[in-house]
Design a protein around this ligand. Sequence first.
Ligand code: ATP
Length: 324
Amino acid sequence: MDSVLLDVRGLNISFSGTGRDVRVVRDLSLQLKKGECLGLVGESGCGKTVTGLAVAGALKYPECKVEGSIRFLSDRYNKAPHNIKRKRIAMVYQEGMAALNPVLTVKKQMTELIRFHCRLSSGDALVRARQLLQRVGFNDVDDILRRFPGELSGGMAQRVCLAMALCCEPEILIADEPTTALDTINSAIVMKALAVLKKEMDLAVILISHDLAAVAQSCDRLLVMYMGKVVEEGSTWELLSTPLHPYSRRLIETFFALEEGRHDIEPIRGQVPGYHELPMGCAFYPRCEEASENCSIYEPELLKISENRKVACHLYSGRNKGAL
Ligand SMILES: Nc1ncnc2c1ncn2[C@@H]1O[C@H](COP(=O)(O)OP(=O)(O)OP(=O)(O)O)[C@@H](O)[C@H]1O
């Protein structure tokens, strides 16, 4: 559990689609240890998916610039070459069904993938496909192999995608909203499959999610992101029970109030700004009820405030002075 597998430092991601660069991930650093589950949470558009794609080496748009250092480390590889990194880090996306080819059976898709990546014969690839499907909790694997994606439920399709992501025995799995399109029962089945895999394969997982209840059950540690930056980091239990950053506090309060069916909670005031109109100082200050004058001038750094806790807020930097 102690060896660091992934070390990301000073990650900046920008898109230049409209002619000028728009930075959507700003100076992000994270470490992931063997067997650990790290949650990335925050509102839509705060940069969770692009961070996951950059780590998986899957951000390939010509208009996208990735800067900073992403190092994949393990007992066997130090600064792994790109092809090894791609095999050791796998990603599953929001909608399993959309990731599968609708006109090919599960058997065809899985065996082709396994033959391509693992260089196995057709017979051995089929054996491996069966093992992988069992690993994600299917009992009648031959029935699943015969089906076309349209004959699977959303939860089944997501588990097939999970099985496919495991074909190269990755050490890190990035799961991007794996339950977004699923009902409660299927979400629970997919999350259980993830938990079993994490334990059996000692997988390190980055779980990107809006679902703080799922995150609370699965993750050891959390990063809260706002407008492309990490605003708070800590162990899951500590962060969810005593959030420090005013943004984390409002995000958590709102989520759990809605979970309890309470609609009396005030939404966070104001709007999420566009990346091209980020305010000076703290990006959250126009919406923050605890902002001071300095928050509109100085951008807070992510400061370590205890062994497992970091926060980027002037309430904790000693600069929270001057009324707004
Ligand atoms: N290919 C692209 N070209 C231009 N901008 C992009 C591209 N992909 C993502 N972005 C922008 O990057 C920002 C971060 O997007 P991202 O998908 O990472 O957010 P997110 O936190 O994962 O949101 P969600 O929870 O809704 O998936 C958004 O403003 C998005 O519009």
